[in-house]
Write a protein that binds this ligand. Structure first.
Ligand code: SF4
Length: 262
């Protein structure tokens, strides 16, 4: 446990680290480019990052546990895969499973491995052959699954999950319905607080996510920055802030010690 007196120091240093890693957010947060934190030489930054990361990760894991999430730390997506199959899945009763799209979750390979387990039935919601009506039908069915796998757009140092969704099926699954939820998240998603989380999602994750959807026409795909659009393809419609897991342990979070996802 980190003493309270040291927490302020870690918090300040973590904010510096966060801003250093996200220079495009410095001006938004600090108000002016004139006050932006100067870039550190790369080797100094790497040293600083290595020095900072472990206490930051440790305190974030503690915060998750305090918020009644099951929290795990993995060194890599492959290790996250093993934690899922060896520590989490055996404790659950899973006949049906489904997922909300997440690059981080996909990087672990859990879907491929689950697909080989004949006693478990996937509820597919992304099949390219589905009509829009079928997609909506199966996304509703997915809320009845035993297990829901996905990522999170941001994770605060206070152990809160922050997500922004287009249709609502991903945040719906995190919030209520599936018996159990497993979230895979890279350390690049750790932010100081909810304000920083929402800022990161609006300015970085959402425009990059929009660009991943072929056939979508949003202004951020051209500009690379959020224009708070009115497009019918707008992917930013509903926020979810998960302060705590309810019931306790319903949501497991595997924090992966790498930069993953958007
Ligand atoms: S609100 Fe519109 S412009 Fe902004 S990130 Fe979302 S889709 Fe892009």
């Amino acid at each position: 446990m980190i003493p309270r007196s040291q927490n302020r120091v870690w918090k300040f240093a973590a904010q510096l680290l966060f801003l250093q890693k996200n220079p495009e957010e410095q001006a938004d947060i600090l108000g002016s480019r004139e006050y932006a934190i100067p870039s550190l030489p790369l080797h100094l930054f790497n040293l600083f990052q290595a020095f900072m990361e472990d206490p930051l990760i440790e305190s974030t894991l503690q915060a998750l546990q305090k918020n009644k999430f099951n929290a795990y730390l993995a060194e890599s997506p492959q290790k996250a895969n093993r934690i899922f199959f060896e520590k989490i899945l055996p404790t659950l009763q899973v006949r049906t499973y489904t997922w909300g799209d997440s690059m981080t979750m996909r990087a672990t390979g859990v879907l491929e491995e689950l697909g080989k387990q004949s006693d478990k039935v996937p509820i597919l919601t992304f099949d390219a052959s589905f009509s829009q009506t079928q997609k909506i039908y199966w996304r509703k069915q997915a809320l009845l699954a035993d297990l829901f796998l996905t990522g999170t757009n941001a994770l605060t140092q206070k152990g809160q999950l922050v997500n922004l969704d287009m249709i609502g099926n991903r945040i719906g699954g995190i919030n209520f319905g599936p018996e159990n939820v497993v979230i895979f998240v890279g350390i690049n998603k750790i932010v100081p607080d909810i304000e920083a989380a929402m800022n990161r999602i609006r300015t970085i994750a959402a425009p990059k996510n929009a660009a991943r959807h072929s056939g979508f026409h949003t202004p951020c795909i051209k500009t690379g920055t959020c224009m708070d659009c009115q497009s019918p393809d707008r992917i930013c419609n509903s926020w979810l802030i998960t302060e705590k897991s309810y019931p306790k342990g319903r949501i497991s979070v595997i924090l992966i010690k790498q930069e993953l996802g958007l």
